[in-house]
Structures are given as C-alpha cells and as structure tokens.
Write a protein that binds this ligand. Sequence first.
Ligand SMILES: [Zn+2]
Length: 576
Amino acid sequence: MNSIACPLLRVGIMLLTTALLSTPGISCAQEISHPQPKLILQITVDQLRGDLPTRYYDRLGDGGFRYLWENGIVYRNAHHAHANTETIVGHATLATGAHPSGHGMVGNLWFDRESGFTVYNVEDPRYRLLTEGADVDEEAEIDPTQRAARSEGRSPAAILVSTFTDELRSSTGGKAKVVAVSVKDRGAISMAGHSGTAYWFSKASGEFVTSTYYLNQYPEWVIKFNQQRPAHRFANTSWDLLHERSSYLFGDSDDREWETDVAGFGRVFPHNYGDGSSPYFTTLLTLSPAGDRLVLDFAKLALVEEQLGMDDVTDYLSVSFSATDYVGHVFGPSSLEGEDNILRLDRTIAELLAHVDDHVGLTNTLIVLSADHGGPDSPGYLNSLNIPAGYVDPDSWDRDAAIARIKDEFDIAGKLIETYEHPYLYFSAEVKNNPNIDPEVLEAKVVDELSKFHGVSLAVSSAALRRGNLPETDLMRAVINNFNSKRSGDVFIVFEPNWFINDFDGLTVASTHGSPWNYDTYVPIVFAGAGLAAMTVDRKVLTVDIAPTLSAFLSIKPPSGSVGEPLVEVTRTAGR
Ligand SMILES: [Zn+2]
C-alpha cells in the first residue's frame, strides 16, 4: 500500500505517514482516511426525548428525520450522564464532552455565594448586547412581574473548559469559521464556545442579537435580516395543524385541562399569535414552530453570508431549535401540540438539510443531531393513564415543621434554606457564617429529613459528594457528575420519577425536565453525511461522547475537559 491508496489524508498527516505507508504490512489507518468535511453541522433540539422522532415516523416527510435515521449512524440508547438535565447543562455537555462537574454549568441558575445573588449561566455584565433594549431576563420571559435583579450582557465566560469549536478554531489558526444560532442565548453561546460567534433571538426586540463579547458591530447581513422585522410576519397569523386532524395520534384530545394557556394562546388549535402589539407576542412565537422557523431563516442566511463550508478549512454551524422545549413545558410532549410540533420540526430540519446540500453538499458535511435533554410527560397525562405522577414545591420546605425543628436545634433565627435553585438547596448566609454550626452535621440532618419528604427520592449533602464515599449506583454517579464545588449547593435533591416542580420562569406549566431519570436523560444521537454508512447502534452511549467524536473525526485534540469516548462507528466507518 502506498500514499495513493490514501489520497484524502490531511496534508500534515500525509507528510508524516508517507514513509510509514511505503513499509510493507502497514495499512492506511481508517480513522484518518476519510476526507475532511467542509462543514460540521450540529443540530440540537431542545427537549427532544429519544423516542419522539420515531413515535411519529409514519407521518414524517422526506429529507428531515427520515434522511438522518435512514442514512446515518443512529444511537438508539443515548443518554446524558448528569443529574440536572437542563438546557445549559446539556448544551455545554454536548459542546465540551465534559460533565457539568468539569464544564461548570451545573444548572440554568445557581446561587453565587460571593455576590449573594442567583446567577444566570451566560450572563456577563461586561459584555452588553449590541442591540439597545434587547436584553431578555430569563425569569421575565413569560411573566414580566417575575423580573429579578439580573445583570445584562452575555458571554460564555462561565464555561470552564474548551468546547469542540474552540479546538477547531485553535487547530486551524482561527481560520475555521464557527457560528451558532438559537432562540435561546444559552443554546447559541454554549455551542459557539469561547472563540466562535453566537446569535440568538431577543424576545424584547424581536430580532437576532449578539453581545460585545463576540462583535463590536453587526455584519451587514444581520442588519438587513433584522430590518425586515422577521417576527412581525407572524402577526395576525396562527399556528394551525399541518395535516388533517383525524390523522393525528392526539387528534381527539386537543383540549386537556393540564395544558397551559399562556397569555391567551389557548389550549386548542388554532393558536393565534395576535396582531403583534401584545408584549407577549414574541414569547408566543417561541412557544410554537414559528420560533424554529425564525432560527432556520437566520441559520440559512448565516451559512451563505459567512460562506460556511465553502473553502478547504472545516467550518462549523450550530443550529439549536427550542420550540420542542417550550411546547413540551406548556402542553406536554404527548399532546396534539407536541405531535404537530414534531411533524413541523421534521419539515424545518428537511429545509435546513436541503439548504446545506445546495450550498455545501451533504457528502461534504458531517451532521450530528442530539438534544440537550429529554423530558417527562405531564402529570395530568400520566394520571389519565393511571401512571403515578405529581408536583413538589421546594419553596415551601423552609416553612415545614421538620425544618423548623432543625432550626430550633441549631438555634437558627431566620431562614435555614436561602434558596432552591434546581436541583440544589443553598443554606442561608446566617447558617453558613455561624461558627457554632458544623456544616456537615447540619447537612446530614437536613438530608435525613428531606429524604422522608413526599416526592423526594434522594437527598445528598455536598460534604458527602466532596468526600466521595457514596454508593456506586448510576443515580449517584449522575449526581457526582453534576457536582461542582464552587457552584453546587449544600444539598442535592432528586425527586421521585415523574414528580417535579411545575413552575417554569414563574408560570405554572404542564411539565418540567431536570431529573436524572431516563425520560430526561434519553436523547437521540445521530451522525450522518460525510460519507458515513447507515447503521443502528443499541449499545449505551453518552452525550459526552459527541465532542470527542467530532475531534477524532478531524484528528484534532479533544476539548480540555472532555471525558467521553470517540464513537468508533463514526470515526472508523469503513468504505470511505
Ligand atoms: Zn426546558
């Protein structure tokens, strides 16, 4: 075998290997023999539980999920391995190949002991948004009365390790172009890493925005896109069913009492967006497939205008679709809205793939699709099938009689629990600063009591997590994977399966993810394009495997905190 048998080796590798290849018996290494893709397209669907695309498979069209499932390498038993299955936690895990213990994004929110404030994961007052008045307070997304004192400005500074995109940029001397797009700031910022460019949708301004961390001024194409007022073309329109109602699994059960009516959007089709004058107008767009449509339009333009995948240096485009998450929260995944949203998402993905095919070619594009987390069915839906499920309210725990007894015992006059930022209880400053209170003893007492609470499956103290002498169970491993000593709270809470808080940014909702149970950890992982051969894999794999797989595919070093393993079906696919 000689170098002619490996015509597509990277130049740097070729120089090194030419001598080896002329030696009899040494064959061309498969893992470095595929052509370098021109583009990595990473699609992340927020709250896409692993079973949802195939549940509606018979009604999917061509070119979307079907293209991926029928032409790609499909991992049917893929899971997140951390306990707090929330948006930033999952996105950062996909981006870095690290667990939250390493990348530091332990929750969408955490309590910062130094400042005494709850911190939102990508907030950073040093980097204001480039658009005046575009700041979106996460807690104010749905109910402005819930506005908390949060800083404006956004950056990825709180992500403690490198992302795959950082490695791609640094391995190419900054020549690889990296663009990430999402409705949610955290859905874009995480994937762009520290060195790419992130754009997200501002509900306040109805435009796509970024912060001064990334750019000092918008490119001309972003200005033009926003000048067309992309959100306002949905004014006086509605979200209607894509197909005949009778063809839907949930066609005869549109109006369910556990679904949420957000700002008059209603529980039944058609869901009207209104005339555009309501302060909730842009929020309603994101609660429906319109949010994904906006992201798709922006991502398609970004591909062309930034010339992604159009030279010999591998570029990267991340598209994170959030409608599935909002629809899941508001209506539940097993609802007519959830079903129609998946069918429309399928069309959205088909349009994205067709666009990439037109401009880059899918054979030149390595596609990976996954999700930041799965999601539970709503308790109302489960109860209707006699499956136990319910809601818990940690905000009431500080007033519970059992906690009151502990306060008496330790002579605590005020609050014991400062705040619950899922999934952590943070003790009050009074408790933390009292030299007469042994934190380990107090934590152990609280853990003992909370473990008896209705809806609580497991409570673990941070002292126990630090010491590490814990039972070797998958559940405990997921809790440990989520533990970062600077950001995690004093007690980690795991609710019973199908029990959760029904508060979402101040709104009572149908369902909330964020547990270590299978419905929340189970996500699709599909690699496709770039000459990969179709294959289905039932071996259990983890979402931390994605970033090191992308690195191995390109023969670049894995992200700094990556603990995953390259997926051999992707890196060593034969026949290329
Ligand atoms: Zn969510």
